[in-house]
Design a protein around this ligand. Structure first.
Ligand SMILES: [Zn+2]
Length: 253
């Protein structure tokens, strides 16, 4: 079976061959020009251009060849989803957490670690993240070469319909995308549905492990969560602030 490494090696050799042919023809063309041999030069030029085009095509194929997906893909385990659900649904108030992980290669991420930040206010109506705490988390990630990959929060209500992101949620991710954070969002319902979303960025999620079923599109359901938590259906919403890198200051969403 031909592996990606084999293919890349063959493409590299093809590029080397095209480069050597192009180099030879360039030398021949130069000699013909120096000798004012127009006839010879006109014969060489089309071949030179043809091989130069082939070399450019082969380089392009070589660069795009590999296992890296064209669309950003997030690999997430069911354990992390369950842990995230426990984090944000463990109390009657609304809650949110971040998650980071590893950029395995271009456009491929594993989401592995939940990140807590302080909440500035928490009431029956909404929860607001502490801006300083949230910024500290992002700075800490930057310092270690990691990125915010996923935001998770919970909505009141049950069922897949409860997981539709609100205008506030979409605005938060619009800012994240403008700030070049490679982050997507996830909204839980109180009975364990989870929907992944972004503002405009195309993405894919790949979920691993047991205890989660794929419902449709980017909607999944945790099937083995604590039923006591399931019953805590509240009517609150989350309000977060995201640092606006372009403006260099915090922006409320
Ligand atoms: Zn929301």
């Amino acid at each position: 079976m031909q592996t990606t490494a084999d293919t890349k090696e063959r493409l590299r050799r093809l590029n080397d061959y095209f480069s050597s042919v192009v180099g030879e023809h360039e030398q021949s063309l130069l000699s013909a020009c120096r000798a004012c041999d127009r006839q010879r030069a006109s014969e060489i030029l089309p071949t030179l251009l043809a091989f130069n085009g082939l070399r450019a095509d082969a380089r392009q194929v070589e660069e795009s060849c590999g296992s890296a997906p064209l669309i950003p893909t997030y690999h997430i385990g069911s354990l992390l989803l369950e842990e995230g659900f426990r984090e944000v649904s463990g109390q009657p108030e609304e809650d949110a957490v971040f998650a980071t992980g590893i950029k395995v290669e271009a456009n491929r991420y594993t989401v592995e670690k939940l990140l807590r930040f302080k909440l500035a206010r928490r009431s029956a109506a909404y929860v607001e993240a502490d801006q300083v705490s949230m910024t500290k988390v992002l700075v800490h990630l930057d310092r270690y070469g990691h990125k915010l990959l996923l935001t998770l929060h919970i909505h009141p209500g049950a069922g897949a319909e409860a997981t539709n992101p609100s205008a506030i949620d979409m605005d938060m991710h619009r800012r994240l995308e403008q700030g070049r954070y490679p982050a997507i969002g996830a909204v839980y319902s109180r009975d364990g549905y989870i929907r992944f979303y972004s503002y405009r960025r195309e993405f894919r999620v790949q979920i691993y492990g047991k205890g989660v079923t794929h419902e449709h599109d980017n909607v999944y359901r945790l099937t083995d969560i604590n039923t006591r938590t399931k019953s805590r259906i509240q009517t609150r919403r989350v309000r977060l602030r995201v640092p606006n890198r372009q403006a260099g200051k915090a922006a409320r969403i």
